[in-house]
Design a protein around this ligand. Structure first.
Ligand SMILES: *Cc1c(COP(=O)(O)O)cnc(C)c1O
Ligand code: SF4
Length: 341
């Protein structure tokens, strides 16, 4: 059984509409259903605040008719129903198609919208594929959200993966600590930690998500000895100011969550109003270096269309390559000569 159905009950949905003085744009919801929970709704003061924008439907979603709901061609790199195999050594294993909330900008809407439970036979097919490919040394559990599985199913999958000799590393990608932190208990943290080496990457987009409950959830995982990373989606009007990102990354580092990736938003329909142009993104990034510990600066990643994979982009540092030296720009914009050889 999946962990709870925390879809918003109708009664509180209308309460929220009253609170926000708006009604859900019906056709945006028809395209991608709204899903939230009591905890997340309690954090939303207005439809336009950083969490409201991420989970409440917006009529602008209907303006973006970008073709294709699978821009990274994940389905064509899928040798088994729940597996994405793009890089030789590691696979993504979609063990759940459900999430605590629906993020309006989700890159896997095509799966999350359906949101059914992933049947045991599909998990078994995924495990079978991983067993058959000895070059796979790392499995990234994703979805949907792997932590939507109950403890029994989740540990069942982890146990099966641990028993495959060539699988050396386990990784979980989750948004639960930010959107349903109550799901992270000490018992869960200890169960996960038993599968070490296991890494957990948490999706956090804004400092407003770092509530006492979310901090507690991160603390439980870190105290259990699980190395934590974060993934952030760059979102216009939500976190595309240097101050917001600095506050987010600094606080994450304090919470023992190492900022890992800042993602350029993938091109799925209904998300254009969230997208930051690449040159603005790089200008933003250039402002972080002088103000943040290197430990708090994630890589800025672009996921190439058609399954080309992720590439880290950095602000232009090499200005010119001369015969014996390069001209390199530092974090303040000053230019230095650096010997070539
Ligand atoms: C992002 C991703 C991974 C993991 O990539 P890392 O750079 O190791 O975090 C693996 N497979 C696919 C298909 C991915 O999209
Ligand atoms: S938590 Fe991740 S997979 Fe789930 S809706 Fe949000 S972005 Fe999509």
């Amino acid at each position: 059984m999946a962990f709870g159905d925390n879809r918003l009950p109708l009664k509180s949905r209308s309460e929220l509409e009253l609170k926000l003085n708006c009604s859900s744009p019906a056709s945006a919801v028809a395209t991608f259903p709204q899903k939230a929970n009591a905890y997340v709704l309690s954090l939303i003061q207005s439809a336009h605040d950083p969490i409201g924008r991420q989970v409440l439907p917006d009529p602008r979603e209907l303006d973006d008719q970008t073709a294709g709901n699978d821009p990274l061609a994940e389905e064509s790199q899928s040798p088994a129903p729940q597996i994405i195999h793009r890089y030789p050594n590691r696979v993504v294993f979609l063990v759940s198609d459900q999430c605590a909330v629906h993020c309006r900008f989700c890159m896997r809407k095509r799966r999350v919208t359906v949101g059914g439970e992933v049947g045991a036979h599909l998990i078994e097919q995924g495990l079978h594929y991983i067993r058959s490919q000895s070059q796979i040394n790392e499995v990234v559990l994703s979805g949907g959200d792997p932590l939507m599985l109950d403890d029994g199913r989740l540990t069942g999958v982890l146990q099966a993966l641990r028993s495959i000799p060539h699988v050396r590393l386990l990784r979980i990608h989750t948004r639960i600590p930010s959107m349903l932190p109550q799901r992270v208990t000490q018992a869960l943290a200890q169960r996960l930690a038993a599968f070490r080496p296991i890494y957990v990457n948490i999706h956090f987009n804004h400092p407003a998500e770092l509530t006492p409950q979310a901090r507690h959830a991160c603390g439980l995982l870190a105290d259990a000895g699980i190395p934590l990373g974060s993934q952030t989606v760059l979102l216009k009007g939500i976190n595309d100011e240097p101050g917001t990102l600095i506050e987010l990354f600094e606080t994450l580092l304090e919470l023992r969550v190492r900022p890992y990736y800042l993602h350029q938003l993938d091109r799925v329909p209904g998300t254009a109003h969230f997208r930051v142009a690449l040159d603005n993104a790089l200008a933003l990034l250039a402002k972080l270096r002088g103000q943040l510990s290197g430990l708090a600066i994630p890589h800025f990643m672009v996921d190439l269309p058609g399954g080309g994979g992720k590439v880290a982009l950095t602000p232009q540092a090499i200005l010119k390559k001369e015969e014996n030296h390069w001209l390199i720009r530092n974090w303040e914009g000053h230019i230095f000569q650096y010997p070539f050889g």
